[in-house]
Design a protein around this ligand. Sequence first.
Ligand SMILES: Nc1ncnc2c1ncn2[C@@H]1O[C@H](COP(=O)(O)OP(=O)(O)OP(=O)(O)O)[C@@H](O)[C@H]1O
Ligand SMILES: [Mg+2]
Length: 457
Amino acid sequence: MARILLVDDEPSILSVLSTLLKAEGYTVSPINNPVKAAELLASDSFDLMITDIRMSPINGMDLLKMAQEQKPTMSVLIMTGFGSVDTAVEALKIGAFDYVTKPFKVDELLITVQRALEYHRTMEENVDLKSQLGAKYKFENIVAESEPMRRVCEMIERVAPTDTTVLITGESGTGKELVAKAIHAYSRRKDKKFLAVNCAALPETLLESEMFGYVKGAFTGASANKEGLFEAANGGTLLLDEIGAMPLSLQAKFLRVLQEKEVRRVGGTENVMVDVRVLAATNVPLEDLISKTQFREDLYYRLSVINIAIKPIRERIEDILPLVHHVLQRECGDSKPIPIITAEARQILEQYTWPGNVRELENAIKHALTFCLDGKITRDLLPSRIVSAYPQGGASNTSTTPNLTQFRGKSLKAFLRDKEKEYLKYVLSESSGDKEKAAKELKISLATLYRKLPEPQ
Ligand SMILES: Nc1ncnc2c1ncn2[C@@H]1O[C@H](COP(=O)(O)OP(=O)(O)OP(=O)(O)O)[C@@H](O)[C@H]1O
Ligand SMILES: [Mg+2]
């Protein structure tokens, strides 16, 4: 029931109003001392405050301002005596929901109270929605249900506004480039370019001229001046992908660029100032390369001022199904209905080790979608290497002993009841929660199904 804080220094009005509102079923806290009301406002929670304006030492406007600060979703109704309508209008401007003038008509007052409470509910819902959206869709293209992935998102938020170099590590396909793009998108550089170079894809000389550019005649084939990626990304962000593959000689030049913030084109004599934020990504631990003297330690320290480490998806299983839904939504768009995933297919997806991480998962789902005709993604539609990694008939059948040990000490009846529950849950989820369909399949009546249904968890 709605809770109302009622404030008026006139005891007679307080008592009449309080009785009236209580009769309507509201929980009312009548207070005739505005200072006490202010204390209550801070310590307690109310859905609505109805307050007189003229009081001392704190007046209704003061209470309204306090409410706005401390309880922004609470509605406030102002009561004014004859002649203080101006103040009431002022109160509306500050954020009071409405005002009523004394002496008020009971019906009108009650309707205004109802509306004020409705308004409060809408405000609360909006706040809920906002905080849900805030938590979930802050980076709308990054699925982050698991704790480790949420931490990654927090890191992105924290480092994005700075110019710090960030080293992003993670196995292949974990989303390193996605994270780099998010850092750029949430930085002051977002309207400038985001460029990426894959250090493993080019031989040394090409990589150097790609990064730093060259002047005409620097080498055979250099028929004109060309700017490198550092210059092209000026004002923006440059991702050095697979940084571990950068040859040692180039690492030295690159370190200088990071320190001096200047580049010199291959064959050139002048240095050009560049303002580029550098991000680096690797799926090979750089520490290993350092110990093999394949990576410069000083460059490593320079790059890894901040390290964002993305865990493989087998270590954040909570992300797997949300990622599947993310891919399905993206692939189906608004035009195609999104298929459901059978319980068995879900288990297979959650138990697979995903060496190729999110990229492999994306491909598996796209594969399944291509062959999906009846709105259901079943085991048979998943790529065979994923299915064959899963024990035939489900994990529970490969070795019966470990699963049965949990029933030790239970009666046969209890065991059967548990197994029945399990099977009911399975058939229900296969029927997408359609109880009639499930009952039909189980050849029991709907009433029996309801009776046997496991308690909601
Ligand atoms: N948390 C996530 N939410 C949504 N999509 C993701 C997520 N992580 C990765 N992806 C998607 O997975 C694919 C692979 O991601 P990305 O290319 O960023 O990985 P990578 O770590 O750079 O891979 P590689 O090591 O192969 O270069 C992309 O399509 C990306 O959008
Ligand atoms: Mg990548």
